[in-house]
Design a protein around this ligand. Structure first.
Ligand code: TXE
Length: 482
């Protein structure tokens, strides 16, 4: 069958040992278009053994050589921009324009960034003055590490973990989401062409409950970097804790987008469309709770809804599509359930709210972009992560009031503020419970910055030297001299 995905172990493509396969769906038309291994414990063990045997040599490879190989992988991704973007769009349902302009270029940037970062990574030294001693810190690779990624930004998030892990000298057992395995599959060949030694990266495909579970339970996989749902993150933490694994958990969000009357209105409106509906709203950073200062609430509501209605929902491969298909049928059903919950909670659907069909692709998972005016901040659609093209809006009176509402959720990933009052930006940035605060912008990323959340949005930070610190163990060495 065409589009058969295989595991990538020790530099080779392999079928799953138990010949267990999953169907791979095309969200744009609901059809099965390929198959993916549902790898067992035995496959994960093969991947682990391959990583383990590559570790000694890879961890001793010079930084210059590691950096050179990572740059080659980055170039390999860039040289296959069109093919990778096409595959990502088909697998995930996202518009091809987005895959081409954001997802795949960012996957290349991840490798380029960590190729450079590792050459600048330094460790501390402490002179024990008056005691004739000096302390310094070795930052040593951990060994074999596990990287598990989700379906919303498939290659983008997969490489965001793998690149720092191997740059720091580790060997990796990685699992992409079983819902979007295609570009991770293609990465294996790119790594071979770039000269990545066999076994440094091993990619196993399959369900979270089988393949993922085998990775997190493996006694010798010493660190897990995970991005996905909060419930899965809690399960991973419970499983890994008795084995004292190092964990980086990047989980869900329910991020506030707070709009004050003094903001640059046009820039805010443009960006708010984007922060609400980019990637069909399936980004953990989307500003899914919109709070608007009372004095401009009615104007914003009218202007925003009018603009949302203009967004074009269409086949992901079409160049003029703004909103493609949701990733899977169960996910579409989950999002539709939340729209029903909103109605039961006396929310007002200002626009959207329905599944729609796209001509010629009647079984695709398409949903209208949806704006819900909520009666209060406590309702479920304002508290729980929906992760689809659905936002809530409500007015607020004062800065204190909106701060309280913004912080009154279990999540704390990101927040966006629209205001030109510098004092207010400082006051609110200090008090808002989030790992990232954007002022007058959204999802502006500098890969050197710490990335992650607080509360139920996760533990640890990715990005820049934070990622290199996560993927290394610090060791203090103290030298006494005479
Ligand atoms: O994610 P899962 P799901 C949120 C979003 C979404 C919800 C559930 O709200 O609706 O999570 O999505 C692997 N051991 N986010 O169910 O299951 C799984 O195979 C090891 C936010 O699709 O968390 C996949 O590779 N691994 C998020 C990865 O975990 C396991 C992005 C993520 O899947 C596992 C995606 C297990 N027991 C969803 N169970 C974000 N933070 O951006 C699953 N997995």
């Amino acid at each position: 069958m065409a589009n058969t995905i295989k595991n990538y172990i020790n530099g080779q493509y392999e079928n799953p040992i138990n010949s267990n396969w999953l169907d791979n769906y095309d969200p744009s038309n609901g059809e099965i278009y390929g198959k993916t291994p549902n790898s067992s414990k035995e496959d994960v063990e093969q991947a682990y053994l391959s990583a383990q045997s590559a570790f000694e040599q890879w961890s001793q490879t010079t930084l210059e050589e590691r950096s050179r190989i990572l740059l080659k992988i980055s170039e390999g991704i860039e040289s296959q921009l069109d093919a990778l973007a096409e595959a990502e769009s088909k697998d995930n349902g996202k518009p091809i324009s987005l895959a081409k302009s954001i997802d795949i270029p960012r996957a290349a940037s991840n490798f380029r960034f960590f190729a450079n970062a590792i050459t600048q990574f330094a460790s501390e030294s402490h002179e024990s003055v008056g005691q004739n001693a000096i302390n310094f810190t070795l930052r040593q690779p951990i060994g074999v590490v596990g990287c598990i990624s989700p379906w919303n930004l498939p290659l983008y998030l997969f490489t965001w973990k793998i690149a720092p892990a191997i740059a720091a000298g580790n060997c990796v057992v990685a699992k992409p989401s079983e819902v979007t395995p295609m570009t991770a599959y293609m990465l294996g060949e790119i790594c071979n062409k770039a000269g990545l030694p066999k076994g440094v990266l091993n990619i196993v495909h399959g369900l979270g409950t089988t393949t993922g579970q085998a990775i997190i339970e493996h006694p010798n996989i010493k660190a897990i970097s995970f991005t996905g749902g909060t419930a899965t993150g809690a399960h991973i933490a419970r499983t890994a804790a008795p084995m004292f694994k190092k964990l980086s958990l990047e989980l869900g969000g329910k991020n506030p987008n707070i709009i004050f009357a003094d903001c640059d209105y046009d820039a805010m409106l443009r960006n708010t469309i984007h922060s609400s509906f980019a990637n069909q709203g399936q980004i953990c950073l989307c500003g899914s709770r919109i709070f608007v200062e009372k004095s401009i609430y009615e104007k914003f509501k009218n202007d925003f809804v009018e603009k949302v209605k203009q967004l074009k929902v269409g086949h992901p491969a079409k160049a003029d599509t703004d909103i493609g298909a949701l990733v899977s049928k169960p996910h579409l059903e989950k999002v539709l359930d939340y729209i029903n919950i909103a109605k039961q909670e006396n929310g007002t659907i200002l626009c959207g709210g329905n599944r729609i069909t796209v001509n010629g692709h009647e079984n695709g998972y398409y949903l209208e972009p949806t704006v819900i005016e909520v009666p209060n901040e406590h309702c479920r659609v304002n508290q729980e992560e929906i992760f689809g093209p659905v936002v809530t809006i409500m007015p607020f009176g004062t800065e204190d009031e909106v701060l309280q509402m913004a912080n009154k959720v279990k999540y704390g990933l990101s927040a966006t503020l629209w205001t030109n009052d510098l004092n207010r930006t400082m006051r609110m940035s200090n008090q808002i419970q989030a790992g990232i605060v954007w002022i007058n912008t959204w999802l502006m990323r500098d890969l050197r910055t710490p990335f992650g959340g607080v509360k139920a949005s996760g533990v640890g930070r990715e990005g820049g030297f934070e990622a290199l610190r996560f993927f290394t163990e610090p060791k203090n060495v103290c030298i006494k001299f005479k």
